[in-house]
Design a protein around this ligand. Structure first.
Ligand code: 6UN
Length: 495
C-alpha cells in the first residue's frame, strides 16, 4: 500500500498582474483543500474589484505596448516558446494539477497536461497561416474597386475557466486569444489555482510582455468573476462551465454588448447498437462515463442500448465499473480519482439519493467507497450505474457531473434519436455501431455540436468544438476560434 504523502505545507497562490505576483490589497485569502484527503494545501489570494481593475488596466496597456506592435510571426514564435516551456516544466504542471484535482497521474501525463502545450502550438500555427478574403468589385465608372478583409484583435478578453481540466480548458482559450493579438485576464476556478498561477512563471520566462497574461483568483458572484464580466473595459468573455452561470455572465455583459464564447453544460447521450464492436463500446463508454470521476463536460450520463444486447452491456459495464480503483493519484494502480470538492460530492450524492427515491435499480455503487488512512477524508464517491428509471427522472434529465450513468433499452433508430434529442442541452454524443450508413444518418439528426462514432473525446484541434442549444455559444478550434478572438473588418478601395 502506497503511503499517502503527509499534508504538505500550504502554498501561497497569488494573483499575476502586469508580470508580477501580488497578494490582494485586502489581504484576503481563501483555502484550497486537496480532494484526495481534504488536506489544506493552499492559501489563495481572493481578488476584488481593485485587482480586476489593475489586471484590466495592465491588459489594456499591453495592447498599446510592444505586444500590440508585434507581427503575427513574432507572436506565434513566442507562443511556440510558451508551449516548449510548459513541456520543459511538465512535471511541475502535473504536480500542480494533481494537487488541485486529485486525478490519477496517468491521466494528467497522457491527456490533460500535454494539451496545455498542444493548445499553444495549434493556435500559433493557425494565426500565421490563415487567409482572409478579397473581392474585385465592378463599378459604374468602369474603374472598379477592391474589397478586402483584415482581422484585428478584439482587445481585452476575460477568461473564466473551470476546475475539471484546469490547464487544458484555460489554455484552450488563452492560446487563441494571444495568438490573435489580444490580452487576457484569467479568473480560474477557486478550486484550481495551481496551473494558471504556474503559467505566469512561464510567461515571464519566455518573455511575453507584462500585462498580456493576467490571473486574478477569486469566486464568481460578488467577487472577481462578477467584477470581470461587468468591467466596462473588457471587450469579450469566454467561459466554460454551467449553463446557468453562462446566463448570469451574459446578463452582466449585456449593457456593454460584450461578445461571449461559451462551452456550457450537457446531458450527453451514449447510443449503443447491437451490431457494435462490443469490447470497443464498453471500453469507450467506461471512459466517457468514469474518466476524471465523471467530471468532463463531454461525458456520458445517459446511455441507450439496443435491446438485444441491453442485459449483456449492463452486466459488462457493471463489472468494469466495479474494477475501478480509487486511491492516491501518485499510485500507478489508481484508476479513479475523487470529486473536486465536498460541495461537489454532496451534489452528486444528492442525485444518488434522488435515483434511489425515484425507484432506480442500482446496478452498482450509489454510495461512498471505503478508503484507508487519511484518504478516507477525501471527496470520494462510488462509480454508479442505474437502470429502470423513466426519462423524466432527475438523474436522466439533469447534469450531475459525477461517475454515474443511467442505461435504458431502445428498439429502433427513430426512438433513440427522439430520446437523445429530448433535452435542452446539445453538447456531444457517442454512437457505437458497425453500420456506418446508420452512423452518418444519426449524426445528421442528433442536435449536438460534437458527434463521436466508435470513439469518444478523440480530438483534432482543427475541428469546430462547442455546444448547441443550452450547451454553448460559438465554436472554438482551428480557424473557428478566429471568429471570436478577432474583429473582421472590410476595407473597400475605389480604384
Ligand atoms: O478538448 C477540448 O478542447 C475541450 O475543450 C475539452 C473539454 C472538456 C470539458 O470537460
Amino acid at each position: 500500500m502506497t503511503h499517502h504523502p503527509a499534508s504538505p505545507h500550504p502554498k501561497q497562490f497569488q494573483h499575476f498582474i502586469d508580470g508580477r505576483f501580488t497578494a490582494s490589497s485586502s489581504g484576503r485569502t481563501f483555502e484550497k483543500r486537496r480532494p484526495t484527503d481534504n488536506a489544506l494545501i493552499g492559501h489563495v489570494s481572493e481578488g476584488g474589484q481593485e485587482e480586476i481593475d489593475a489586471a484590466v488596466q495592465a491588459a489594456r496597456a499591453a495592447l498599446d505596448g510592444p505586444w500590440g506592435q508585434m507581427s503575427v510571426e513574432e507572436r506565434s514564435a513566442l507562443l511556440d516558446r510558451v508551449a516548449d516551456e510548459i513541456t520543459r516544466r511538465f512535471d511541475d504542471f502535473v504536480a500542480a494539477e494533481m494537487a488541485d484535482t486529485g486525478q490519477p497521474r496517468s491521466m494528467m501525463e497522457h491527456a490533460f497536461i500535454p494539451r496545455g502545450a498542444a493548445n499553444f502550438k495549434i493556435f500559433a500555427d493557425v494565426a500565421k497561416n490563415v487567409a482572409t478574403e478579397a473581392f474585385q468589385t465592378a463599378t459604374p465608372d468602369g474603374a472598379g474597386a477592391l474589397n478586402y478583409a483584415i482581422r484585428s484583435p478584439k482587445g481585452v478578453i476575460g477568461v473564466i475557466c473551470p476546475w475539471n481540466a484546469p490547464l487544458l480548458l484555460m489554455t484552450w482559450k488563452v492560446a487563441p486569444a494571444l495568438a490573435c493579438g489580444n490580452t487576457v485576464v484569467v479568473k480560474p476556478s477557486e478550486e484550481s489555482p495551481g496551473t494558471a498561477t504556474l503559467l505566469g512563471e512561464v510567461m515571464n520566462a519566455v518573455g511575453i510582455p507584462n500585462g498580456v497574461y493576467n490571473v486574478v483568483h477569486g469566486f464568481g458572484g460578488h467577487s472577481a468573476g462578477a467584477f470581470l464580466t461587468a468591467h466596462h473595459d473588457v471587450d469579450a468573455i469566454t467561459f466554460t462551465g454551467e449553463t446557468r452561470t453562462g446566463a448570469t455572465i451574459m446578463k452582466a455583459g449585456a449593457d456593454t454588448i460584450k461578445d461571449v464564447s461559451f462551452e456550457l453544460g450537457g446531458k450527453n447521450a451514449g447510443i449503443v447498437f447491437a451490431d457494435c464492436d462490443f469490447e470497443a463500446a464498453i471500453e469507450g463508454t467506461m471512459r466517457s462515463v468514469f474518466l476524471n470521476c465523471g467530471q468532463v463536460c463531454l461525458g456520458t450520463e445517459r446511455l441507450y442500448v439496443e435491446r438485444p444486447i441491453f442485459e449483456r452491456f449492463v452486466a459488462a459495464l457493471k463489472q468494469r465499473a466495479e474494477a475501478l480503483k480509487p486511491g492516491d493519484p501518485q499510485d500507478s494502480s489508481t484508476t479513479l480519482g475523487p470529486l473536486i470538492s465536498d460541495a461537489q460530492r454532496a451534489k452528486v450524492l444528492s442525485y444518488y439519493e434522488k435515483a434511489r427515491a425515484e425507484g432506480a435499480i442500482v446496478v452498482t455503487g450509489g454510495g461512498v467507497p471505503e478508503l484507508p488512512g487519511d484518504l478516507a477524508q477525501g471527496f470520494w464517491v462510488q462509480p454508479t450505474i442505474w437502470t429502470g428509471l423513466p426519462e423524466n427522472a432527475a438523474v436522466v434529465r439533469e447534469e450531475i457531473f459525477g461517475p454515474c450513468c443511467h442505461i435504458a433499452p431502445f428498439d429502433d433508430e427513430a426512438e433513440v434519436v427522439r430520446l437523445a434529442n429530448d433535452t435542452p442541452y446539445g453538447l456531444s454524443t457517442a454512437i457505437w455501431t458497425r453500420d456506418l450508413s446508420r452512423a452518418h444518418r444519426l449524426a445528421a439528426r442528433i442536435d449536438v455540436g460534437i458527434v463521436w462514432v466508435n470513439s469518444w473525446f478523440l480530438r483534432d484541434l482543427r475541428t469546430p468544438f462547442g455546444g448547441s442549444k443550452q450547451s454553448g455559444i460559438g465554436r472554438e478550434g482551428g480557424v473557428h476560434s478566429l471568429e471570436f478572438y478577432t474583429e473582421l473588418r472590410n476595407v473597400c478601395i475605389k480604384l
